[in-house]
Design a protein around this ligand. Structure first.
Ligand code: ZN
Length: 98
């Protein structure tokens, strides 16, 4: 049977079983090499207050929030796009992914 994608939709290569993570959105258990990982900086302080504090010269710490998306949720949220059959064989570049 033919393969839909060269990598099988994963990045594990020839290594064996990989660890699992839970999807941030729906809770599905996904292999870590298949899940789409996103990190963003989140400030605890409200933006209005943070701006005022920054003007006064104070440093506001932000924390990094990491989220894992399953493929279905990543497509639904617009994080990844569905590609044509011919395009699926190639590794997506960074510009195409975002
Ligand atoms: Zn999900």
């Amino acid at each position: 049977m033919g393969k839909k994608r060269k990598s099988g939709g994963r990045s594990k290569g020839s290594s064996g079983k990989s660890k699992s993570v839970q999807c941030t959105k729906c809770g599905r258990i996904v292999p870590v090499d298949k899940a789409k990982k996103y990190t963003k900086r989140v400030s605890v302080v409200e933006p209005q207050l943070a701006r005022e504090l920054r003007q006064q010269g104070s440093y506001i710490q932000t924390k990094v929030v990491t989220s894992h998306y399953c493929v279905s949720c990543a497509v639904h949220a617009g994080k990844v796009q569905i590609r044509q059959a011919t395009e699926r064989k190639t590794v997506p570049t960074r510009e195409r992914r975002f």
